[in-house]
Ligand binder design. Structure first.
Ligand SMILES: [Zn+2]
Length: 335
């Protein structure tokens, strides 16, 4: 099962650039041994995770480091046989770096990463801790640069500490009106009013979607509404278990999605912080819920439909996945 999940061509739709930095990348970026050691060791809850991100943020505060970090993260995913990656990051300004420089640097690093093994797109995040005006300024930069790089900048996300800030529907309507797709972190912690607002907006995808079902901190009303909308959910099992927003893998809300045949994809969220890979996430899902290899192959295939790639690219990725199946069907028992 482990080998199968490693070799399986995979689709990653929820990966934050800064949280995805591996220890060896942090080292290359000049982080001290001590800060790297602390990077994965002291996690006990979701609040601490946001402190951990500071290590990664400090490591990517120059153009040069940001460029190198982007390249290393893409390389890690490619090595894990991820054939399509939507990387996301929150544009921010630093001492010698404007928000626009930040975005352009990441775009440039993606464009310069030449490989026939992986297609990479960019989602830009609005930080929910920032004010309406600050988020609007960021969005205007994103919209402007989307015109310049339409093949690469695909969507907007809302992320950051779920216990702070709020969802501004008008900003996401503006994003949508300007041709951007939307993937919104939703229901990471219980917040019924906000979850309802986000569902009313009908984003293209939902990040986590933990507190939707009444058994997982949501409500009957929310779950009914969600079941009607069937918005694909980006499930990040290890992230949720480490942050304690899920009690265990067995009690992860993906169980309800599997049971009701609702759309979802598997994702790593922050593979560096949570010490995971997309292959591990597939293995854990398969083992925890006794899925067949073909079930896992189908999860990978369905994720293509939920991606923000254009139709031609989707066709290309589907073809790659189908070819892989034809070549490997004999190699794995019960595939
Ligand atoms: Zn996330």
């Amino acid at each position: 099962m482990e080998t199968f999940c490693q070799k399986l061509p995979k689709i990653e739709l929820h990966a934050h650039l800064n949280g995805s930095l591996s220890k060896s990348t942090l080292k290359q970026l000049g982080c001290s041994e001590e800060s790297i050691k602390n990077y994965q060791e002291t996690l006990t809850d979701i609040k601490q995770v946001f402190n951990q991100f500071q290590v990664a943020h400090n490591a990517t505060n120059t153009l040069e480091n940001l460029n190198l970090a982007t390249k290393c993260v893409i390389e890690d995913f490619a090595k894990d046989n991820v054939i399509y990656l939507e990387l996301r990051t929150t544009p921010r300004s630093e001492k010698d770096l404007s928000e626009r420089d930040y975005i352009e640097t990441v775009v440039e690093a993606i464009r310069n990463y030449e490989s026939s093994k992986i297609i990479v797109k960019l989602i830009l995040s609005l930080d929910r801790r920032r004010s309406w005006k600050e988020q609007l300024d960021t969005l205007d930069n994103i919209i402007d640069l989307k015109q310049k790089y339409p093949d690469l900048i695909k969507g907007v996300d809302l992320s950051g500490d779920p216990g702070k800030g709020e969802f501004f529907k008008k900003l996401f309507e503006k994003a949508r009106d300007n041709g951007l797709k939307t993937a919104i972190h939703c229901g990471e912690i219980k917040n019924d009013n906000e979850v309802m607002d986000i569902l009313d907006f009908k984003p293209d995808r939902i990040g986590h979607g933990t507190c939707l079902h009444p058994d997982y901190g949501g409500s009957e009303e929310i779950w009914q509404k969600y079941q009607h909308l069937k918005i694909p959910i980006e499930c990040c099992l290890t992230s949720n278990v480490v942050c304690l927003t899920s009690k265990s893998y067995e009690e992860h809300h993906v169980k309800e999605l599997l049971k009701n045949s609702l759309p979802f994809s598997l994702a790593t969220d922050d593979k560096g912080v949570f010490n995971t890979t997309l292959s591990k996430e597939f293995t854990v899902l398969g083992q925890t819920f006794s899925l067949s290899k073909n079930d896992l192959w189908n999860i990978s295939r369905n994720s293509i439909d939920y991606s923000f790639a254009d139709e031609e690219e989707k066709g290309f990725i589907r073809f790659a996945l189908e070819q892989w199946k034809i070549r490997n069907i004999e190699n794995y028992p019960n595939f």
